[in-house]
Design a protein around this ligand. Structure first.
Ligand code: SF4
Ligand code: SF4
Length: 294
């Protein structure tokens, strides 16, 4: 498909009660619409669109997932426009995608909490459209992701969020990066901008995927000094503005640079940033990685 979607599943717009109960228990994600029929009352089905992407190398600071998540979001919006122009009534739909996929017999959820789908592993972005006048289809594509004894993701997870019981969302670095301010623990453990991909990098289900690398535009946009000096607009455009408000990328760049002992003067200047998260990161960097002379 020219927009980058490799597969589409036409699923019933049901209720995700089990998922909702777990979300309320953990305190994460409970605000997402779990009653899809109520959220999209005109929908006959939801088209779950699978957008596969390739990982970047282990150690890469630019996030493959978020760059492709933003691309997939824009592709889904374009698909809505295209279908509406062809007379197919549909709208962009947002709900716990992987929970619906799993409930409808598509893929498997691994110990790291992500949906795995052969041959893409967990390197997929899910998007959905609520479509009027189209009935759902039935699927029997349930997979078995985690082989007995596999704990590669648990060993790779820097915050100990994964066990045989699955993912403890509250400990996952991704979940702790929703707000702009980062705990000192996240500052120490962060491996790429916006989120964390360490469990995906370790998973054998992703091992056969060829490695990609950020293009020149991304390299330029995410250049550390440029970000620390406050020029984050190009990088924000690549990963999405809603994920990167309040100086998040600048604060993260300060953390990455400080851990390598780079750009002390620029970091010191960031103490007067209008963003609290940037001032916080700069103070942490000077305290922990340079001879602080505040
Ligand atoms: S995203 Fe990172 S912190 Fe979260 S479970 Fe995976 S490895 Fe652990
Ligand atoms: S690393 Fe192993 S245990 Fe973890 S999600 Fe992948 S297959 Fe499952």
């Amino acid at each position: 498909m020219e927009l980058g979607f490799a597969r589409v599943y036409f699923l019933p717009p049901g209720r995700l009660d089990t998922w909702c109960a777990r979300a309320k228990e953990s305190g994460f994600g409970a605000e997402l619409p779990y009653d899809i029929a109520a959220a999209y009352p005109r929908a006959g089905c939801v088209a779950l669109c699978i957008y596969p992407y390739l990982p970047y190398a282990d150690g890469e600071r630019i996030p493959a997932y978020y760059i492709n998540s933003n691309r997939a979001y824009r592709a889904a919006k374009a698909l809505v426009t295209q279908l509406n122009a062809e007379g197919i009534r549909c709208e962009y739909a947002f709900f716990p995608y992987r929970a619906l996929a799993y409930a409808c017999g598509v893929g498997d959820i691994g110990k790291n909490g992500l949906l795995h789908l052969t041959p893409y592993g967990s390197r997929i972005v899910l998007q959905a459209l609520a479509i009027e006048g189209l009935a759902p289809l039935a699927y029997d594509e349930t997979e078995r992701c985690c082989p007995p004894g596999c704990d590669a993701c648990a060993r790779a997870c820097p915050s100990g969020a994964i066990s045989d019981k699955g993912l403890d969302v509250a400990r996952c670095i991704r979940a702790q990066m929703e707000g702009a301010l980062r705990s000192d623990g996240v500052k120490r453990l962060l491996s790429c901008h916006v989120g964390c991909e360490r469990c995906m990098l370790a998973c054998p289900f992703n091992a056969a995927l060829p490695e990609n690398e950020p293009d020149a535009q991304a390299r330029e946009a995410f250049e550390l000094r440029r970000l620390i000096l406050g020029d984050a607009s190009a990088a924000r455009k690549l990963v999405g503005r809603n994920m990167t408000s309040s100086g998040k990328l600048i604060a993260e760049a300060i953390v990455f640079a400080a851990r390598q002992g780079l750009y002390e003067d620029e970091i010191r200047a960031a103490l007067s940033s209008p963003f609290e998260a940037v001032r916080d990161a700069a103070a942490w960097a000077l305290d922990n990685n340079f001879q602080n002379q505040l």
